[in-house]
Design a protein. Structure first.
Length: 91
């Protein structure tokens, strides 16, 4: 092995972050966030909205329904939770 390979740190790739609106906070330490993407229609190329609902971990219970939040990818916590709450952007 070369000296450069030993000293070079292995960095993890940046985790995905998404901004969305909380649609449910009824579960214990879990929120459901609706993330909207704008994509072209496959045939007509008009821009349309596509919504994805993601379950995110909110251990402190900060986010409430209707809040705009930022979430980040994490390793799987349960069957559906693969995201965690980073911050509440707006109430």
């Amino acid at each position: 092995m070369s000296q450069e390979a030993v000293t070079q740190e292995t960095k993890r790739p940046l985790r995905k972050e998404r901004v969305g609106v909380v649609v449910s906070d009824k579960m214990d330490s879990t929120i459901v966030v609706a993330v909207v993407r704008r994509v072209p229609h496959p045939k007509f190329r008009k821009i349309i909205k596509r919504t994805t609902k993601l379950c995110a971990h909110d251990g402190k219970g900060e986010a409430k329904t209707g809040d705009k939040v930022r979430i980040a990818e994490i390793k799987p916590m349960s069957k559906t939770k693969r995201w965690r709450l980073i911050e509440v952007l707006a109430h």
